[in-house]
Design a protein around this ligand. Structure first.
Ligand code: ZN
Length: 209
């Protein structure tokens, strides 16, 4: 998911990211790299991500890669499906430093809801108004020590977490719209899908060579 950030906010966020990438304990961890973002039409976005059983170097590397990918795309959140993987992990940063949530679960949602504009890195150039709970209780495992964390969050942070957990369950921004409102985005969605098809062909091609 992405918000509209000012240049100043963006720079501030980039600085904070540099200091707080997940700590890594093994030399097997490489410098974080920017991953390809999967776009609407890629079947991996419809898959269900599966729980992570062990927090190992692979999970740490993935989290670090996802954080740099999110920041480089000017996003505030990124789910694992969006980089073509299926382990239940999301990363987010709403301007207070990056967070990594492993196996996140919503344990409660407020009845109070709010309708706000959302963008998604898998839907370039699109933003739609989505109604979501204002406050949620969440549970997840912490990357650094595997500790279970319970938190109550609200506002934009709750919204980003709800958006990203939807991704883990194969639910996309467009699914949140009433059927009659989806028609408005038909052309843009078709254009993204065509682009995605090309990206998938390119990826297949580069695998073979
Ligand atoms: Zn998204």
């Amino acid at each position: 998911m992405y918000p509209i950030l000012s240049q100043e906010e963006k720079e501030e966020r980039e600085d904070s990211t540099k200091d707080s990438l997940p700590t890594v304990s093994s030399s097997a961890i490489l410098t974080p790299k920017i991953l390809d973002i999967r776009h609407y039409g890629d079947p991996v976005l419809r898959d269900h991500a599966r729980p992570i059983k062990e927090i190992n170097d692979e999970a740490r590397q993935l989290a670090a890669d996802m954080i740099v990918t999110m920041v480089s795309g000017n996003g505030v959140g990124l789910a694992v499906n969006q980089v073509g993987q299926l382990k239940r992990l999301i990363v987010l940063d709403i301007g207070r430093g990056p967070m990594v949530l492993i196996n996140p679960k919503i344990s409660d949602k407020s009845r109070k809801r709010e309708k706000l504009e959302e963008g998604c890195l898998s839907f370039p150039g699109l933003s739609v108004k989505v109604r979501r709970s204002y406050k949620i209780n969440i549970e997840y495992f912490q990357l650094s020590d595997g500790k279970r964390i319970k938190l109550s969050v609200e506002g934009i942070l709750a919204r980003v977490i709800l958006h990203e957990i939807d991704h883990l369950d194969g639910i996309l921004l467009m699914d949140k719209l009433a059927f009659w409102r989806r028609g408005k985005f038909k052309k843009q969605l078709l254009a993204i899908k065509q682009q995605t098809r090309q990206e998938m062909r390119d990826r297949e091609g580069s695998k073979k060579t």
